[in-house]
Design a protein around this ligand. Structure first.
Ligand SMILES: [Zn+2]
Length: 76
């Protein structure tokens, strides 16, 4: 089973449906068992919804803060 870092790294591709079939299974498997990443999935979905509606300039400060924190945690 893949770890949280791996799962979150693939989260965006997963949401975009561009992830490999094999990786998709691994991500789903992880999300089904990991509460932490389930929260990340909800967050990513919400963020995508907002991004599709308006420009990133309009994102609430707390969302931007959380996003940059998530990216920092991934070490990117
Ligand atoms: Zn996880």
């Amino acid at each position: 089973m893949i770890g949280c870092t791996e799962a979150i790294r693939q989260l965006w591709e997963y949401l975009d449906d561009t992830v490999d079939a094999d990786d998709r299974v691994l991500v789903e498997e992880h999300l089904a068992r990991c509460r932490t990443c389930c929260g990340e999935l909800e967050f990513a979905k919400e963020l995508r919804r907002m991004l599709s509606r308006r420009s990133s300039d309009d994102l609430p400060a707390d969302v931007l803060q959380r996003l940059s924190h998530t990216i920092e945690e991934l070490g990117t």
